[in-house]
Write a protein that binds this ligand. Structure first.
Ligand code: S3P
Length: 436
């Protein structure tokens, strides 16, 4: 974090034209991790140069991996092979990024050296026992702070044992941490997930030539193999696109196209939910790039109606709820979300923080232990606090499109973690917003 950053919206914009949002965060992290462990040189295009993924780059550089960061979001990783990482001289600072910390812990568990993973104030409050439990079963020794939070002190074990693990929460980060540790374990490591979660790790491992089996809700791999470098084309992040999908849906007169967005079916819950609410969203130019489906997404504004969000869609839209809550405020009737207690342990408690911000802006919102109830309300003006959560800041920026006055959003520095040029792209699309 540098200096306090405040966003201020001006009402009554509409979103038009065609734009491409920044690269997918989940895939960008994974491309560095797998590229580093691969044999050969991995060239990544469309990489997200946000602070979260830059923390991942920094961590691997400090373990001896040469990573070239050139213009046009191109990154070149000179892989060192599965056994080629070297002990870092200092703690690895994962900043604001839960993905970086949890996935890297899986890799660190299988090293012949020890490591310490730290994070910023937000990450330092997030639950880590969900990964330390299975990794300890595999033979790693990991200590957390009291309460199961970072820093993580990892005693690597190059002779991990394979396990079968039933994930108690639907979490792609936990699934990925176990599978990445499984690369270093003897025998078959497998996980079952209670609900479908994003499968970028499985797809990208296969792209690097590593066999991963998926059988319904069970994923498995056999340790001891190798990764072979391959080119990675990272599509635009549907989680960043989501703000514009919601913005164009709620701002009358909008007609916006978002180019080359990743539309992996484990990520498209936001589109399904908005369509249930009556949104006008069409996909075109659908193709598969590097094993991942991509498409152009066209959004035209449409009257929305409230829905009870199907719980099966929750993990498929897990990062998009701050934006969806803004759509819910603009939707006729009532929107009810249940089964989403995971939102309370994201970069902020997204149920509480969104409810507080919505109420400040005149919206009838009631938080519940595992979700929220939002009744259609005019959005007034107001001053809200993002609590340092990038997605809260961007969600309230879109609320500004339908607000009666300006919305002032405090504590917006962390927008740079996932969407470094958000203000410029939002302004270009027609959102009235400036950074103070
Ligand atoms: C991610 C998984 C999700 C998501 C996060 C990125 C990933 O977290 O919220 O932003 O890249 O694997 P959980 O696995 O904790 O649900």
């Amino acid at each position: 974090m540098t200096h306090p950053l405040i966003f201020k919206t001006t009402p009554k914009g509409k979103l038009t034209g065609k734009l491409r949002v920044t690269g997918d965060k989940s895939m960008s992290h994974r491309s560095i991790m797998l590229g580093a462990l691969a044999e050969g040189t991995t060239v990544i295009t469309g990489f997200l140069k946000g602070e979260d993924c830059l923390a991942t780059i920094k961590a691997f550089r400090s373990m001896g991996v040469e990573i070239e960061d050139t213009e046009n979001n191109k990154v070149t990783v000179h892989g060192v092979g599965m056994q080629g990482l070297t002990a870092p001289e200092s703690d690895l600072d994962m900043g604001n990024s839960g993905t970086a910390m949890r996935l890297l812990t899986g890799i660190m568990a299988g090293q012949s050296f020890d490591s310490v993973l730290t994070g910023d104030a937000s990450l330092s409050t997030r639950p880590m026992r969900r990964i330390t439990r299975p990794l300890e079963k595999m033979g790693a020794t990991i200590t957390t702070a009291e309460g199961g939070t970072p820093p993580l002190r990892i005693k690597g074990n190059p002779q991990l044992s394979a396990i079968h693990y039933d994930l108690p929460v639907a979490s792609a980060q936990v699934k990925s941490a176990v599978l990445l540790a499984g690369l270093y374990a003897k025998g078959e490591t497998s996980v079952t997930e209670p609900a479908v979660t994003r499968d970028h790790s499985e797809r990208m491992l296969r792209g690097f030539g590593y066999p991963v089996n998926t059988n319904n809700n069970r994923m498995s791999l056999i340790g001891g193999g190798k990764l072979t470098a391959c080119p990675i084309d990272v599509p635009a992040d549907i989680s960043s696109a989501a703000f514009f999908i919601v913005g164009a849906s709620i701002a009358e007169g909008s007609d916006l196209t978002l180019a080359h967005v990743g539309v992996n079916p484990t990520r498209t819950g936001v589109i399904d939910i908005l369509k249930l609410m009556g949104a006008d969203i069409t996909l075109s130019n659908q193709k598969t790039v590097g094993g991942e489906p991509v498409a152009d997404i066209r959004i035209r504004s449409a009257p929305l109606k409230g829905v009870h969000i199907p719980e099966a869609l929750v993990p498929l839209a897990i990062d998009e709820f701050p934006a969806l809550f803004i759509a819910a405020a603009c939707a006729k009737g009532q929107t009810v979300l249940t089964g989403a207690q995971e939102l309370r342990v994201k970069e902020s408690d997204r149920i509480q923080v969104m409810a507080e911000g919505l109420i400040t802006c005149g919206v009838d919102a009631t938080p519940t232990p595992d979700g929220i109830i939002i009744n259609n309300s005019p959005i007034t003006a107001g001053e809200v606090d993002s609590h340092g959560d990038h997605r809260i800041a961007m969600a309230f920026t879109m609320a500004g499109l339908c607000a009666e006055g300006s919305i002032v959003i405090n504590d917006c520095e962390n927008v740079d973690t996932s969407f470094p040029n958000f203000i410029a792209i939002a302004s270009q699309a027609g959102v009235g917003v400036s950074a103070l």
